[in-house]
Every structure is written in structure tokens, then in C-alpha cells.
Write a protein of this length. Structure first.
Length: 300
């Protein structure tokens, strides 16, 4: 089992609903957390302040088996996002971000990145260099842009940057909202065609309660989501991404050969994990035993 390196932002979500709560978050941080809870060996390259919020995030991640790389406490302050939940559990965000990336001397065997960390400078430039270095060394790159329009510039310019990163990605996940922002008016099939033109091997487009489409250049499979009473949706997409990587980590050399049965299984397990997260308050991602129990399968 190869070590997975996650590179991207970690921040504190200051959530306002029936009370005010401060919760460690950030899309790449949640993916690292999810991988740790699923039992995958994972290290996390991020950018924290040496302050109470930074220590809170570090403790939260390390308690779930995530190893922080050296140099993460370089920020003047830890980033934060103010999250307000609508009555149906959907979040809206306001950000205070400081983002850079500590140096990683090695090219990861598997690198995951995305969201703010892949788009906001100066860290995004270093992420792109790490992505290129990983791909050049024969490693796997997974990418979830998890678009935050409030932090980005013109969509056309950001699409160019996205495609430069996507061109070195092996596995790529978009939400339907990401796809609509990057490729307005295009159908899911057209977006998938574009991703494969760029060189992506395995792609997923998630559509919330409607499920997801998983695809290779040979197969496209729609996999429904699970019915669940939604508490809030924070972390659902990150859970899906983490669970997808967890399932794929030992299939590095055969991703392009996955058939419809394998793609369906990938989608079902990832959907089951995401359903657990949305049934809980906050980004409380499941363990491997949680997921296997939900699937009615023996635990490990």
C-alpha cells in the first residue's frame, strides 16, 4: 500500500447555524482525514499558523492517522472560512485565506490536490510544480477542483489553469456545480469528453442526491446515491473523493482497464461513505468499518 500525499489548504470552518462552531476543514484536509480514517497511509502538505486554530487542525488530523509534512507551520495565521447553512443543510462560504506550500523533496507515488490550494497563489504555483514533478516521475495525480468562485477570477482564465493541472491528472472528480462553472452549458458527456482529451484516465462527475457518473475512455456508468436523512452536506464531496482514492490505491497500473462492474463498485462504496457523512453534523468522515457496515459487509 503506497503512501498518499495530499497537498492543499486546511482551515477552520466557523459555522453559523443554531449556534457558532469552529470545525477543522478545507477540502484537501478533509480528503487527508478521510484517507487516514479509512486506514490508508497519508501525509499532508498544508500551510498553518502556529496558533490555536493551527494546533486544533493539526491535532484533529493527527488523531485520524494523518502525518503532517515538515514546514507546515509557516503561515502568519491559520486560514478560516465562515460557513452559513441554509435550512436544507447547504453551505455558503466567506473566506480569509493565506496559502502557500511547504517544499516536498520527493515526488509522491500518489498525489492528491484541489480546491483553494490548486488555484490561489502563491501556493497554487508550487502545487502545479509538484503535480508536474509527480506525473513526470510516473506517479498518480488525483484532482478535485472543488471550485470556490468567491476566491477565483475570470472563469475563462481559471479554466485554462484548471486544464493545465488536469492534463497531468490521472483521476479527476468534478461536482455538477464545478462542471457548470468551468464549462457552462455543456452536458456531462461533453465535459467528460474534454477531460479525456486532456489525458485523464478515470473521471467522476457527482450530482449530489442524483448520484454520480464514473467513466474511463471505454466505459461510462451512472451510479445512484443512497437515500439518507441529510443533516448537512459539508464534506460529502471530500468523502467521495477520499473513498475513491482508498479503493483505487492498489490499482495504479490498471485504471484504464476498469470495467462497468468495477466502476459501479467504486461508485457504490463512495456513495455509501458520503451518505454517512451527510447524515452527521459537520465533516465527520467515516472509518473503513463504518463504510463496510453500511454496505452490509464484514469489517476488517
Amino acid at each position: 500500500m503506497h503512501r498518499i500525499t495530499v497537498a492543499g489548504e486546511a482551515l477552520v470552518d466557523i459555522v453559523h447555524d443554531d449556534a457558532t462552531r469552529e470545525i477543522p476543514g478545507g477540502s484537501p484536509a478533509n480528503v487527508a482525514l478521510g484517507l487516514g480514517r479509512l486506514g490508508a497511509p497519508v501525509e499532508f502538505a498544508t500551510w498553518l499558523g502556529d496558533d490555536a486554530h493551527g494546533r486544533q487542525i493539526a491535532d484533529h488530523l493527527e488523531a485520524s492517522g494523518v502525518e503532517l509534512v515538515p514546514g507546515v507551520f509557516g503561515a502568519t495565521r491559520t486560514s478560516a472560512a465562515t460557513v452559513r447553512l441554509t435550512p436544507d443543510g447547504q453551505p455558503s462560504y466567506e473566506f480569509g485565506i493565506e496559502w502557500d506550500l511547504p517544499h516536498l523533496p520527493h515526488a509522491p507515488r500518489w498525489l492528491h490536490t484541489g480546491s483553494i490550494g490548486a488555484f490561489v497563489q502563491p501556493g497554487a504555483g508550487k502545487v502545479r510544480e509538484l503535480v508536474q514533478r509527480t506525473a513526470a516521475a510516473g506517479g498518480i495525480v488525483s484532482f478535485d477542483p472543488n471550485i470556490r468562485p468567491a476566491l477565483l477570477g475570470d472563469a475563462a482564465a481559471e479554466r485554462v489553469w484548471f486544464e493545465q493541472l488536469a492534463a497531468d491528472a490521472t483521476v479527476l472528480k468534478l461536482s455538477d456545480e464545478d462542471a457548470a462553472w468551468l464549462y457552462p452549458g455543456d452536458s456531462a458527456d461533453v465535459v467528460l469528453d474534454r477531460l479525456f482529451e486532456l489525458g485523464v484516465t478515470l473521471a467522476a462527475i457527482t450530482t449530489g442526491a442524483a448520484g454520480a457518473t464514473l467513466a474511463t475512455t471505454r466505459e461510462r456508468i451512472a451510479v445512484p446515491s443512497e437515500r439518507v436523512d441529510v443533516v448537512d452536506t459539508v464534506g460529502a464531496g471530500d468523502t467521495y473523493m477520499a473513498t475513491l482514492i482508498w479503493q483505487l490505491q492498489d490499482t495504479i497500473g490498471t485504471l484504464d482497464a476498469l470495467d462497468s462492474i468495477a466502476l459501479t463498485r467504486l461508485g457504490q462504496v463512495s456513495a455509501s461513505a458520503a451518505a454517512i457523512t451527510v447524515s452527521r453534523r459537520g465533516a465527520d468522515l467515516p472509518t473503513a468499518d463504518d463504510v463496510l457496515t453500511a454496505l452490509g459487509e464484514p469489517t476488517r
